[in-house]
Design a protein around this ligand. Structure first.
Ligand code: GCB
Length: 651
């Protein structure tokens, strides 16, 4: 963004720096049930960006007090979507500061009149800092652009005859050294070069800082006494599946809980009563990753039924949680799922597409999963922030294993390793684990990507962050992704798996593909001899403009991308027999970045274009991933035959 306006962070300060909201509530994904309803608030919202120099006009004029359209011009803005690419306004595309969203929501009569109903407003993601008002009353604030937050608005809507309510959300996309990801507002003060008040947002990450209401906004109901949270962990004892559950209830201390576990055919296989317990499932179907079993991604349903006595009479609440029974473990050279060695052959993704930016979109999501399965990918990393909950649900259903990453990307300034940042980072990990803990697909947490982990405070920072994450979830390994030198990575002693990014023959030794085998071998051997931990090649790749061809290969052509991959694969094929447990290509698809001379309309390292069409490299990887899947010997013979015959495989 470049615009003459004295924004800024100093002025926004009191609102931006007030992090430290204690986690409240379990944040169970809103599902319909006999006791719960939901109402999507997607569609067109009224929208206005606050272009005033101070960016505070909206607060000064209290834009939340009256309908936005009564206070000035508004735009139609689709939700969910980023706002940046939807209009023809170049200032809005790069806008930094507060934008305002508003819409009226019609309310079913029962919601406003039945005082035993609890009405909750849930926002899937508002990037980056959000303040929410309902009918002009301040109800919530949230810091962080990639995780959901919600607020009970029953008291505001149960106030006599009311047919609708007005929801106003102000969102600020400014990134500071203490946000996640961090950023800096740079004021350009040389008046011979820049107009007065000129500033830009500087960041240390390689994707466009899209902003807006990126994920579904919805209202849902529960009874006033309700199931607030469920935590499930699973184990395997010989043939028995073990499902440990713990449920928490809000609204009454006098309640009973009954729990049933149903198999995929709807048959009850175990039951229990009480707020916690262990269900034993004889001859359990385990949750296996895609291509590792003839019936991958087996899901049971955990039905939780609450009955409570309240002053207003008896109340019931029902919630059903999908459950996959599986175990995860790490040795010094293997990653084990259900006790069997698992090799990650997959991709890194981004939430990114034309027009909608980071906005959630079902057609795009289903297309991406179809491409992953076509490719024979069994895993991806949520580079570089948590993805929508609906993505995690599809991973559970299709058996796509996930390395679930926090938005800790671009932590390079000393200030971003201080206590304020660390405190926020710990809180974000709490929000992430709270949201994703029950997904069988999630097998590892990644707390950061490419931090300056050679800086002195990084040792304490990662020791604390990883210990905290393990305390939150003792059942999953924890890592962060490094591009550091193996000898001076101060966080590496604390991770369970070394995830390393490298771009040989791309960011150096331009064009010299022949040096890759030596350099990559050295990389693996040095990391392994220093730490004796399993290693994942968590990024590698080459910028490739679809349709550029040259043989012998030159950089940016499809041929170069293919040859570079092949050089990496020579070494990966040796080392995966030793201690390398995975390879994730950078990137699944081309994606938008800030403008710079290094980026031609975004990052083009995708094996698919931004429109999800394959480049030549996609076919190389497809052949490879299916071949590796075959080697594991778990693949059912019919799938094997299709794969070996290279016939078009669709599931
Ligand atoms: C990296 C980063 C990723 C970039 C990629 C690249 O190491 O983790 O965010 O996009 O390199 O293409 O340079």
């Amino acid at each position: 963004m470049a615009r003459t306006a004295a924004v800024a962070v100093a002025v926004l300060g009191p609102l931006l720096w007030g992090c430290g909201l204690a986690l409240q509530g379990g944040m169970l994904y809103p599902r319909e049930s006999p006791s719960r309803e939901r109402k999507e608030l997607g569609g067109l919202w009224s929208f206005r960006a606050d272009f005033s120099d101070s960016r505070r006009q909206g607060f000064e004029e209290q834009w939340y007090q009256r309908p936005l359209r009564e206070l000035g011009p508004t735009l139609d803005m689709p939700v969910p979507s980023s706002f940046n690419d939807v209009t023809q306004d170049r200032w809005l595309r790069g806008f930094i500061g507060w934008v305002w969203y508003e819409r009226e929501a019609a309310l079913p009569q029962r919601w406003t009149q039945d005082l035993r109903t609890r009405v909750v407003l849930r926002i899937g993601s508002a990037h980056y800092y959000a303040i929410v008002w309902v009918n002009g009353v301040h109800v919530a604030e949230h810091e962080g652009g990639h995780l959901p937050f919600e607020v009970d608005i029953s008291k505001l809507v149960q106030v006599g005859p009311l047919e609708s309510c007005r929801i106003t959300i102000a969102i600020n996309n400014t990134l500071t050294p203490n946000t996640l990801p961090p950023g800096t507002i740079l004021y350009k003060t040389d008046t011979s070069k820049y107009p007065k008040g000129y500033f830009v947002q500087d960041t240390n990450f390689d994707f466009f800082n899209y902003a807006g209401l990126h994920r579904p906004v919805l209202l849902y109901t529960t009874p006033t006494t309700y199931i607030d949270d469920i935590t499930v962990t699973t184990g395997v004892d010989q043939d028995n599946g073990l499902v440990n559950y713990q449920a928490s209830v809000q609204g009454s201390a006098r309640f009973e809980l009954a729990v049933r576990l149903l198999d995929a055919e709807g048959q009850v296989v175990a039951h229990h009563t009480g707020a916690q317990g262990q269900l034993q499932v004889p001859s359990a179907h385990l949750w296996w990753p895609y291509l590792m079993h003839s019936y991958p991604a087996y899901l049971y349903s955990l039905e939780v039924r609450l009955t409570a006595q309240t002053a207003a009479g008896p109340v019931s609440d029902f919630y059903t949680l999908p459950v996959g029974i599986r175990t995860v473990a790490v040795t010094n050279s293997q990653f084990l799922i259900n006790g069997k060695p698992f090799y990650f052959h997959g991709v890194n993704k981004h939430e990114d597409a034309d027009i909608r930016g980071k906005g959630f979109d079902w057609p795009l999501l289903v297309k991406d999963f179809n491409l992953l399965r076509w490719l024979g990918a069994n895993a991806f990393r949520t580079s570089h922030y948590p993805y929508a909950e609906e993505v995690m649900q599809l991973c559970d259903r299709y058996g796509i294993v996930v390395i679930d990453e926090s938005p800790g990307v671009g932590i390079v300034l000393a200030e971003s390793f201080g206590n304020v940042s660390l405190h926020h980072h710990l809180e974000v990990m709490e929000e992430l684990v709270r949201r994703d803990k029950n997904h069988p697909a999630v097998v590892m947490w990644s707390v950061a990507n490419e931090p300056a982990s050679f800086l002195k405070p990084a040792g304490y920072y990662f020791k604390t962050l990883i210990a905290h994450t393990k305390a939150l979830d003792p059942y999953r390994p924890v890592t962060y992704v490094t591009n550091s030198n193996y000898a001076v990575d101060l966080g590496a002693p604390y991770v369970d798996v070394i995830c390393v990014n490298s771009y040989y023959s791309w960011y150096h030794d331009y064009g010299h593909l022949e040096v890759i085998p030596l350099q990559l071998t050295t990389q693996f051997e040095q990391w392994y001899s220093t730490y004796q931990k399993p290693i994942i090649q968590s990024e590698y790749g080459a910028e490739t403009i679809a349709g550029f061809h040259q043989d012998p290969p030159l950089m940016f052509t499809e041929e170069y991308q293919r040859r570079l991959l092949e050089q990496y694969h020579l070494v990966l094929d040796q080392k995966r027999r030793e201690y390398v447990v995975g390879e994730l290509i950078w990137n699944f698809a081309d994606f938008m970045t800030d403008q710079s001379p290094q980026r031609a309309m975004g990052n083009k390292k995708g094996i698919f274009t931004r429109q999800r069409q394959p480049k030549g490299a996609a076919f190389i990887l497809r052949e490879r991933y299916w071949r590796i899947a075959n080697e594991t010997k778990h693949l059912p013979s019919v799938v094997k035959a299709q794969c070996l015959g290279n016939s078009l495989f669709t599931l």
